[in-house]
Design a protein. Structure first.
Length: 131
């Protein structure tokens, strides 16, 4: 943004300087009125042409830079999208692995609990037969 303002300021300064310099040189030159008016007209035409060329170049450069920025933004968005997709996949895979591990642990704990309950019932039966 600052670079655009600098370029714009420089362009306006160059144009203003060219016009002021041309008019000053013509006004101080010893010429007849008709010749002086013709020289001023020619100088103004040259400055107009140079300004149009400079504006065209600035426009072309601006369009080129805007396209580059657009392309880079698209590439960055695609890269971010791919990275996000990979992260989501990784999280889903990890979640599935953890769910499987939790299921295994739950099964083992349930089995161990059932075994202990069975032992307690057997011990309780033995105690009842002893009494």
């Amino acid at each position: 943004m600052a670079r655009g303002k600098q370029t714009k300021g420089f362009l306006f300064g160059a144009i203003a300087g060219g016009i002021i310099g041309s008019v000053t040189a013509l006004l101080f030159a010893p010429k007849a009125g008709k010749e002086l008016r013709q020289d001023i007209s020619d100088g103004a035409r040259r400055v107009q042409e140079q300004t149009a060329r400079a504006a065209g170049q600035v426009s072309d450069t601006t369009v080129r830079i805007a396209k580059q920025i657009g392309n880079q933004a698209t590439e960055l968005a695609d890269t971010a999208k791919a990275a996000a997709g990979a992260a989501v996949s990784s999280v889903k895979q990890r979640r599935a692995e953890l769910a499987g591990a939790v299921d295994e642990v739950t099964d083992e704990v349930t089995e161990a609990f059932e075994d202990k309950v069975e032992e307690v019932f057997e011990d309780a039966k033995e105690l009842q037969t002893i009494n």
